[in-house]
Design a binder for this molecule. Sequence first.
Ligand code: GRF
Length: 219
Amino acid sequence: MKRLKTGVLISGKGTNLQALLDAAADAAYPAEIISVIANKAGAPGLEKARKAGVKAAFIDHTLYEEREDFERELDAKLREDGVEFVALAGFMRILTPWFVDKWKDRLINIHPSLLPAFKGVHTHERALESGVRVHGATVHYVRPEMDEGPIIGQAAVPVLAGDTKQTLADRVLVAEHKLYPACLKLVAENRARVTAGRVRLDRDSAPSTDAILSNPSSV
Ligand code: GRF
């Protein structure tokens, strides 16, 4: 089986990266993580990558005057490593249209809300303030506009009485760790393709795909 050579971009803890590394540790998983790049020195995710035997690099965005100069470096490193597909996992840097277009439909992100609700930051706080009963996470293809792009999968998480932004964030993160590997699997098996600006899921070969909303680990 040819596995999709995936690079992961991170800025911090890398718990979603860990979920992807764990999934990809199984030789039957259709993607392999071959490169991890952080834009923050000492991002704990870099150590997670090294522990899993994956190449880990740090590219300091503060050294570049223009965003695009940093991205050219990023792009060159990804290509040098032989990356075919990129997953953003807590990568806290807005990417320019130059980079996004270069990796169009080969670049995905996980966002901690049910998009299109709560784009941007502080999503858990805003979900609590707004009084929604259901919150969650979304994996989507990246487009130049922030938190836009064809949606691959979503995980719904109930908002409970007494939730704080931390308890809600913790519960969403658990769902993210199931959702992200499930979505990367769909993409790597070519079962989640972009057609006319939306993701078409190949339901014939993925009868359980409908369950992704409530139970992403079932895919
Ligand atoms: C996650 O909530 C992710 O959705 C958001 O940033 C957080 C990253 O967490 N984009 P981690 O670094 O994967 O632990």
